[in-house]
Design a protein around this ligand. Structure first.
Ligand code: ZN
Ligand code: FE
Ligand code: FE
Ligand code: ZN
Length: 282
């Protein structure tokens, strides 16, 4: 503990599997800057998981172009080879959009990803987490919207493309919540997630957003735990300073929900990493 306080290495032995790169058009910093920050924090492993090119629309401010994908993979692979002091994994964050699963499978197949994050950012064509389209919440039946979101998240879990569901309750991002109980929506979705054998990401990105809460919330995470759904950790960093950001909050939440370990990946195979004991510097 003393050592970690002195060195500032507060996240010794942990992973951050959700880092973006400048290629997506809305992140900043060089790859080496992300690595330096991770080394400062003492992280054991980081994974880049930049946005996979969107197939249903082309917006250079949202993702790299399809032609850039080989270059991204080469660049992360080279970074992994030359980096010492921590392990660099090659991931990718892929949008789940109904109707594109076969095409995505074909496009992902040639690459040696360590893991694939699946994200739901679109509901029936609406980019509900994009601040430009936030007006779409007004006048909507929010309960019906949440119901639709957790159905689509379940579809994403079952589609066979993904290892991890990223920011699983992203629909809360701007703070629009249904009045009634949403437990049934969580349960129906998580039964499908458990059945599909996916891992759920615990992401501190929500703490930077209007909702001001880790993704997922505690109720959701407890239901994951009940179903023995494994978890991993991500910051969704879009800048080097966001690497490992507020992981103490994520760890506290994980402990409250009863988790003792997190998952790490190598070539799409999992292993378990025990969480540090409370008070051991994290
Ligand atoms: Zn992004
Ligand atoms: Fe995302
Ligand atoms: Fe992301
Ligand atoms: Zn994300």
């Amino acid at each position: 503990m003393l050592l970690s306080m002195k060195t500032g290495k507060t996240l010794v032995g942990l992973v951050d599997y959700h880092l973006h790169t400048a290629r997506c058009g809305h992140a900043e910093g060089g790859l080496e800057d992300y690595v330096s920050r991770a080394l400062e924090l003492g992280l054991a492993e980081i994974g880049f998981s930049d946005h996979f090119p969107l197939l249903h629309l082309r917006d250079p401010s949202l993702s790299m172009a399809l032609e850039e994908l080989p270059e991204y993979v080469r660049e992360i692979g080279e970074l992994a080879e030359r980096t010492t002091g921590l392990t660099v994994r090659m991931g990718i964050e892929v949008d789940y959009v109904d109707g594109y699963v076969d095409r995505l499978a074909e496009l992902l197949r040639p690459y040696p990803f360590d893991y694939v994050l699946g994200s739901v950012h679109y509901l029936d064509g609406w980019g509900f987490d994009d601040p430009r389209y936030v007006d779409g919440y007004r006048g909507r039946d929010i309960h019906a919207l949440w119901e639709r979101y957790f159905q689509v998240l379940g579809d994403a879990a079952e589609c066979g493309l993904f290892d991890v569901l990223a920011h699983p309750d992203l629909i809360k991002k701007f703070g629009w919540r249904p009045r009634g109980d949403v437990r049934r929506l969580y349960e129906e979705c998580l039964d499908r997630v458990a059945e599909s054998g996916l891992v759920v990401e615990v992401s501190t990105a929500g703490l930077r957003k209007p909702v001001g809460e880790v993704y997922p919330g505690e109720d959701f995470l407890r239901l994951c735990r009940e179903r023995e759904i494994p978890v991993t950790l991500g910051s969704d960093a879009h800048a080097p300073g966001e690497v490992g950001w507020r992981f103490e909050s994520a760890l506290a939440l994980l402990r409250r929900a009863g988790y003792r370990d997190i998952v790490r990946f190598r070539k799409r195979e999992r292993s378990l990493l025990p969480l540090p004991k409370a008070g051991s510097g994290t």
